[in-house]
Design a protein around this ligand. Sequence first.
Ligand code: NAD
Length: 260
Amino acid sequence: MKLLDKVVVVTGAGNGIGRAIALAFAKEGAQVCIADIDIAAANATAETIRGNRGRASAWKADVTVEEQVESMVENAIAEYGRIDVLVSNAGIQRLGEIVDFSFADWKVVLATHLDGAFLMTRACLRNMYRVGKGGAIIYLGSVHSKEASKLKGPYVVAKHGVLGLCRAVAKEGGPRGVRANVICPGFVLTDMVTSQFPALSRDLGISEEEVVEKLLQATTVNGQLTLPEDVAEAAVFLASFPTMALTGQSLVVSHGWHMS
Ligand code: NAD
């Protein structure tokens, strides 16, 4: 087992990619602490892990709210003793051209991805530094950390920002044995993506089936879409990497959509 007894915090693990990461980590022996604004979904992930004889707990927390993040991390440390790995995964999407984008939606996209990643990082880093055994932080970036698409301006800005946060954490955390890396997935068929289909279909004047074919599958080298489990496999690799050699990096997991 690659993560035996490691204490990991995964945000947004009630659904989609975060859930797949939480399940994969548990399979590798990790004890999983879930923070999600959707407590029913978070509990369901924790119950699945416990049903497989793993250890997991779930807390309701909005990653953009400082007090909720601080209290979630405090509770996780009280129950599990320390934090070895953070996966900052919680995210949202809002579509629209920049010319029409509301300031409120701009702020909520940036807050979820950047304030959320900062607040979770700070709370977990403080514990990692205090315990003195190092740690690993994994951010969910995106192919949109590396390039842009129409209608996704604020998301593109936020995901580029995640790369900067990761690099800063990698430099500051290095002397204390903390690694930080970013996973950059291509399109993965989760609620975040399927919920965009009606708007994309309307704005682009194509059917929802064509959205999948022409917009999503057309980006990959073999017409296949990346699965949550593919991203989870990359997360296990980054979390369990044995030395400080792999830090400050971004790993694109997109069936070849973006090559860097
Ligand atoms: P999803 O919508 O399936 O799941 C997101 C989870 O985050 C949900 O459980 C939701 O409740 C939680 N969440 C949202 N806002 C929150 C908040 N403020 N506080 C706490 N929890 C919150 O999305 P997903 O597709 O699994 O995306 C996970 C991550 O992967 C995101 O950061 C996303 O940007 C990134 N990503 C997704 C794709 C994709 O194609 N699906 C591609 C690249 C990157």
